[in-house]
Structure formats: structure tokens, C-alpha cells
Design a protein around this ligand. Structure first.
Ligand code: SF4
Length: 289
């Protein structure tokens, strides 16, 4: 997952379930929860993925997670460091874990008791939103929609959308899930009125920048999503923000994916801001270099 935090995440490859890191997107302490302490599990194979191959004999355990999360929150409190968020990310796609729902509910209870200001975040590649037969939908789709809207959970869903074209999706995310099927799941989620944030990685692949037609198609798709669901109905749901990221950490397949100059990220943001303004949508576009 692309969590947007710059501190070393490699501890999770040693079987760690809870790992505090500094997060550039939240500007403070993020407590990560890794549902896959034994090995990476993901429905994507992103060219820039920072999870290095690993294998441990540690299984995810809910009680271990709760104890470690409690300890991380209390430790931060003793050091007077605010916990900005508790983030389901880790070594794979959280929606692929059978423990996700119970872990989220347990994290919400602890957050509500010990760190009320901390957001609860899930970083997802969106394959949990697919119509059957893929993923765990529609049960998971409904669970995420409900979790995002329920005040006791208020789950912040950070949804990956790296491409506006099938060709760039194939180069970036290398998933067996067809592009149109993935986009259809995201469209349905937007239409459901659930609040969500889009997250896009912009990098070079094989030395090549995303081509102009890719950037234009991506901006058009994001703008379409911004006009859908809660946003269009004037409710508080729908697309809340777009986060554009650059590559900052090493990846096992380096140099397949490479960082781009900051100006490329800013140009991409400017393109989207213009498209959103043209459609009359006031959605924040943030850049993380
Ligand atoms: S979605 Fe991509 S970046 Fe995230 S864990 Fe899967 S392969 Fe890695």
C-alpha cells in the first residue's frame, strides 16, 4: 500500500502487526496495522510496491493486535505525541484478510477510548469493492460504506486510483482484475454516497512518464467520480479529496519505477484542479512529494 509515510516500514516484514511511523500525509504519528505478518497478500502487483519479499511464521492475532495498539497509543500519550491516525495498510490489501472486519471494529473501540482525535484509515486498492465473483463484495462493499458513514467508526477510505487508462493501469498496478471492472466498483462506491479519498501514485515506469493521454483520462475519470454520489447530491459523502504521491521509498523492483520531478506532480495536480473547477466541484487536490 502507499501509506504516504516516510519512515522505514521494513519492521512489518519481520512479522510485526502494529507499527508506529511518521506520516507525511498526516504530519505526525500514524499507527499502522498490518493484517499480513506472515507474507504479502495483494490482488495488485504494483511496479512501485515497497513491500520486499518476506516470510515469517507469525499469524495475525486479534488479541495481539489489540494489546500492541493499546500500548502504541499509551506510549505516544506518555511522550505527548498525538496519534494522527490508525491506519490499515501493511503488507497487502486489507480487504483480502478475513480478520479485517473484526480488527477494524476493535481498533475503533480503542480509538474511541484512548485517542479520540485519531482518524481510522484504510488504504485499499479497491478490489474489495468489486461485484461478485471477485473479492468479498457485496458484503465488504456494504461493510465499508457503513463503516465510512457510522460515527462510531468514521472510517476514512483511501482508495487507490493510479490510472485513467487500461494501458497505464497494466504498467503500474499489474493486476489480473480487469481495469473496467475495477473502475466500475469504484463508480458504484462513489454512487453509494460513502465518503472516500482517492490516492494516485505518479512515477515513471521503465523510464517513461505517464503519457499525456493517460493524465487527461485520469483527470476526466476523477472529475466524473467527483460529480457522483454524495457530492452531487450535496451530502457530505462522495469524493472528499485527491492525494497525488511521488515515489520516495525503495522498492524491490527498482529501478522499474522511478520518482518524477516535483513539477510533474504539481502539473498533474493543476490539470485536475482545472478539470474539477470546470465541473464546479470544490474537491481539494493535495500533492505529497
Ligand atoms: S496495492 Fe500495490 S502498493 Fe499496495 S500492497 Fe498491493 S502491490 Fe503493494
Amino acid at each position: 500500500m502507499t501509506a504516504g509515510s516516510v519512515q522505514d516500514h521494513r519492521s512489518r516484514e519481520g512479522g510485526i502487526i502494529v507499527y508506529p511511523v511518521y506520516s507525511r500525509r498526516s504530519g505526525g504519528l500514524s499507527v499502522g496495522i498490518n493484517l499480513f505478518p506472515d507474507r504479502k497478500r495483494c490482488s495488485f502487483d504494483c511496479a512501485y510496491c515497497e513491500v520486499f519479499p518476506f516470510e515469517t511464521d507469525v499469524s495475525f492475532n486479534l488479541e495481539t493486535m489489540k494489546a500492541a495498539l493499546r500500548s502504541a497509543i499509551l506510549d505516544a500519550g506518555e511522550r505527548k505525541i498525538p496519534v494522527r491516525d490508525i491506519c490499515f495498510s501493511g503488507s497487502g490489501e486489507p480487504a483480502m484478510s478475513s480478520h479485517f472486519a473484526e480488527a477494524l471494529e476493535a481498533a475503533a473501540v480503542l480509538r474511541n477510548k484512548l485517542a479520540r482525535e485519531a482518524k481510522l484509515v484504510m488504504i485499499t486498492n479497491g478490489t474489495g469493492l468489486l461485484e461478485p465473483p471477485g473479492g468479498n463484495a457485496p458484503a465488504l462493499f456494504d461493510f465499508l460504506r457503513t463503516s465510512a458513514r457510522a460515527p462510531a467508526t468514521a472510517l476514512h477510505i483511501w482508495l487507490k486510483l493510479d490510472a485513467g487508462t487500461e494501458a497505464w493501469y497494466a504498467a503500474m498496478d499489474r493486476s489480473p482484475v480487469p481495469y473496467e471492472r475495477l473502475v466500475s466498483g469504484i463508480r458504484n462506491f462513489a454512487a453509494s454516497g460513502a465518503p472516500f479519498i482517492l490516492q494516485t501514485m505518479v512515477c515513471k515506469i521503465n523510464g517513461r512518464l505517464p503519457p499525456p493521454e493517460e493524465a487527461a483520462a485520469w483527470a476526466a475519470l476523477v472529475t466524473e467520480l467527483a460529480r457522483t454520489g454524495g457530492a452531487e447530491a450535496g451530502q457530505s459523502g462522495g469524493l472528499q479529496a485527491v492525494q497525488i504521491y511521488g515515489k520516495v521509498r525503495p522498492a524491490p523492483e527498482d529501478p522499474l519505477a522511478e520518482a518524477v520531478p516535483a513539477a510533474v506532480l504539481e502539473d498533474r495536480a493543476a490539470l485536475l484542479r482545472a478539470a474539477l473547477a470546470g465541473a464546479g466541484r470544490a474537491v481539494p487536490v493535495e500533492v505529497y512529494e
